[in-house]
Design a protein around this ligand. Structure first.
Ligand code: AMP
Length: 300
């Protein structure tokens, strides 16, 4: 089943304690699309400037990702994000954020995108998220992500958005910020009561928690010794999760749990190198192999 994603498309500069990479392919919609492309066809919507290297488009298209919805603004500059990871490789600070063409982004989606059964509103302004949602009238599962920046600056937009969502994914620190509650179980259910039928809280190296009216559970992260660059882990988690749901074409509780596991495994690959470099080296069978190991790890 086709899966549509709207979100940021970026040139990222990433500093880790040992290495720095400048202007590499990044953005919430990019990590999401690439991760989801292991499972289903993806329709990407976003915006870039004419500094966007064409080879980045070819890279996405080679995975069957539809880039018809990627607007190119002549004379504009692509969104840029610069982050630095602390020694623990978990905490990061944003050093620079240049919205550039993203600040005037008007997500007008190509007509075939309207009928995508699965829709993901990746990190971005709620104005863009709501506008995309209005167009995708054929979506039967709508899931969104958000982050501290939008929780602080667009509380009203989020309130409106949450009422229209089936699911929401966010980080542990963001769930705490949104609810003012440090207990993640209470925070997860409190976010759910704001509108989405289910909530997934991502906990970095500690995995993910799931909340619905009848279920509360946690799945651990796949233990990875080699963390080179965690950027995009959350977005590729969501890509793996939504990609699997779209492939299975259902969102029953059992499928949702499997989808969370696939999200966790894709994220475990993403962090093993910068940008999409690790995901570019794997095939679906590598994911399935890791799934076998993950299942063994969880059975006792
Ligand atoms: P993650 O590590 O999964 O939280 O996602 C990191 C990605 O989010 C990077 O590739 C950034 O380009 C992108 N990003 C950072 N800040 C923003 C923002 N304010 N809006 C949208 N995307 C962002």
């Amino acid at each position: 089943m086709p899966l549509c994603v709207v979100g940021s498309v970026a040139l990222d500069s990433v500093e880790t304690p040992t290495e720095t990479r400048e202007n590499v392919l990044g953005g919430s919609a990019v990590f999401f699309s690439y991760a989801a492309s292991f499972f289903t066809t993806v329709r990407l919507a976003g915006v870039v400037g004419d500094d966007w290297p064409p080879q980045y488009n070819y890279l996405l298209q080679a995975r069957g990702i539809d880039t018809a919805g990627l607007q190119v603004v002549a004379g504009g500059k692509t969104f840029r994000w610069r982050g630095r990871y602390l020694k623990n490789m978990n905490d990061r600070e944003t050093l620079d954020l240049q919205l550039n063409v993203l600040s005037d982004f008007d997500p007008v989606l190509p007509e075939p995108y309207y009928r995508s059964k699965f829709l993901f509103l990746a990190n971005g302004s709620t104005v863009h998220q709501l506008k995309a949602l209005d167009q995708c009238t054929g979506a039967s599962l709508v899931v969104a992500d958000t982050m501290d920046h939008y929780i602080r600056t667009e509380p009203e937009g989020l309130k409106t958005l949450f009422k229209r969502l089936d699911g929401l994914v966010l980080n542990d620190s963001e769930a705490k910020l949104l609810t003012g509650d440090d207990n993640l179980v209470r925070a997860g259910h409190a976010v759910r009561k704001m509108g989405p039928r289910f909530v997934v809280i991502k906990k970095g190296e500690h995995g993910a928690m799931f909340f619905s009216q009848h279920e509360t559970y946690v799945l651990p992260a796949y233990p990875t010794a080699e963390v080179v660059d965690p950027t995009g882990a959350g977005d590729s988690f969501a890509g793996g999760m939504m990609g699997y749901l779209a492939e299975q074409d259902n969102f029953e509780p059992k499928t949702l749990k499997e989808a969370l596991a696939y999200g966790i495994l894709i994220a475990s690959f993403t962090v093993e190198d910068f940008s999409l470099d690790r995901l570019r080296t794997i095939q679906r069978e590598d994911i399935e192999h890791r799934m076998e190991e993950y299942k063994k790890m969880l059975s006792f």
